[in-house]
Design a protein around this ligand. Sequence first.
Ligand code: SAM
Ligand code: SF4
Length: 342
Amino acid sequence: MRESQQSFHSILPFQPANKLVDSHGRRITYLRLAVTDRCNLRCRYCMPAEGIPFVLHDEILRYEEMLRLINIFASLGIRKLRLTGGEPFVRTGLLDFISTIKQQQKISRTCLTTNGVAVAEHLEELAELGISGLNMSLDSLDPDRFKQITRRNYFDRAWKTFTKTLELGIPLKINSVLYDEIEASEIIALAGISKKYPVTVRFIEQMPFNGLNSVAAGALTAGQAKKILQKSFPGLEPHGASGTAALYQAPEFKGKIGFINGYSRQFCQTCDKVRITAQGMLKTCLYDSGRLDLKAMLRTGQSDAEIREAIQKTVYKRAINGFAAEAEMMDYEKNSMSAIGG
Ligand code: SAM
Ligand code: SF4
């Protein structure tokens, strides 16, 4: 049976309450918000060197609009918020925005996903603001390979952010996309980070969101990466799960290794998150094309109550899994992860 045909919960009736629940019984408590689609890197798995037109400034949600949405989502039970992009640190005013978010009492965790390139100088302030954690993209420890993948020569800047984040004691995870025919030595070196430091290094299966609807030839699956690492670190054993990542650890490791099956989509049954794109579309699944135009609602004078109800109804109709969502997706070829937020 195809995964999209499976039913893992009976269909529940729509019962509006102060929470977000879909018709398959999954409760949503985690919101990912893309604060921009712009970026200071051009990672090959995320966007072409040229050709993704950036969205006009007016088409991007304003900070006050994002805050209004965060408050509405908080009233519906969202407790964890992740700011992403594009690269969140290319948007001016980000730290003031985070400071305002921290006043929203119901959001207990505010996290960031970043490439680390323009972050080192802001880390003290982030620590003072009480940021709950950083997820930093890092695809290689070899500066030449870093440049080849990201099309920019910024390895040193990213590494400075890595070391300083650890010094300041900000919880840190590394995200590494399994891109093209990676040398085994490359992922072994990245995994070595979690041997040496208390950091989870997560290997993410490449998804076809690079603006070209393709995945690089020879890209490893999470399963293949796991085999390589278990050969190199024989003590690497399952160690639970965190969100979408299956975790592994070896006795000599300070941190953990994670594998995210983003392409094979083996985590939909427990998915607890929704996304808002930089243009203000609500995505109830990474693989849907956006189900509710929140920006249009905000800009046509809809009340909080009307927006709340529309969000609840949209989430209720969430697809059972990423395969079902993808089957209905439009404009697939135009999708870049920089606008979705990862
Ligand atoms: N610029 C920030 C960064 O790179 O961390 C935040 C935005 S980025 C779109 C968010 C996450 O999406 C990153 O961890 C990145 O590695 C991941 N990502 C981007 N394109 C991807 C793809 N085609 N497949 C899988 N993950 C991807
Ligand atoms: Fe920029 Fe992040 Fe996309 Fe790389 S993955 S191009 S850093 S948005």
